[in-house]
Design a protein around this ligand. Structure first.
Ligand SMILES: [Zn+2]
Length: 201
């Protein structure tokens, strides 16, 4: 298959998505190529809508719909002020939401510190977190991060940045074995981890 082949091109693009390797990419591309125009048309429309309508919340970095100032969580007056849950991405935010264990607001980092991949403090919105803690009178920050080396380094860095401020920093209580992510926790375990959060001295 030549590199200009449409099927090969689509396979290459699909293979860059999380959880889709080359083989799955090829299978999806084949399904689209042989499935008639309907599925392709719907996919194109859905992708265009995603590109045109989904933006990042100005306050927390969660996904929001274009035209709204902030995301649904930030716009909800029933959410507790004064407490922030720090997550790596909107996917993790969705999991914490689903567990029903947290009623405050979030701060989405969109990554973790990784010198290897060129991800420094500027890329993970660390300064914005410090700004928010100051400006919004945040008293409690819960770091709901994964349990791998880069996430640990990210947590330590954020903790250092927040040390001078009048804020208590917590990490999830338990439920995460080394090297795993919160995506592997079920809602009940995540709720227990949130309830059993430990203060970081
Ligand atoms: Zn928000």
């Amino acid at each position: 298959m030549s590199r200009t082949d449409p099927l090969a091109r689509l396979t290459r693009v699909l293979s860059r998505l999380p959880g889709i390797g080359r083989r799955s990419g090829e299978r999806i591309a084949l399904r689209l190529a042989t499935g008639g125009g309907g599925l392709v048309g719907e996919l194109i429309e859905a992708l265009e809508e995603l590109r045109d309508r989904v933006v990042l919340c100005r306050a927390c970095g969660n996904l929001a719909i274009r035209g709204a100032e902030v995301c649904d969580v930030c716009a909800d007056p029933r959410r507790a002020t004064g407490v922030l849950c720090v997550v790596q991405d909107p996917g993790a935010l969705g999991l914490v939401e689903k567990s029903g264990s947290f009623r405050g607001r979030y701060h989405v980092l969109h990554g973790k510190l990784s010198p290897m991949r060129g991800q420094g403090p500027a890329q993970i919105r660390a300064e914005k977190l410090v700004e928010r803690v100051r400006a919004e009178g945040i008293r409690e920050v819960i770091l709901a991060l994964d349990a791998d080396t880069e996430s640990d380094a990210t947590g330590s860095y954020l903790q250092d940045q927040l040390r001078a401020l009048d804020v208590h920093v917590f990490r999830l209580g338990f439920g995460l074995s080394a090297g795993s992510g919160i995506a592997y926790l079920d809602a009940v375990t995540l709720m227990r981890a949130m309830e059993g959060r430990q203060p970081i001295p």
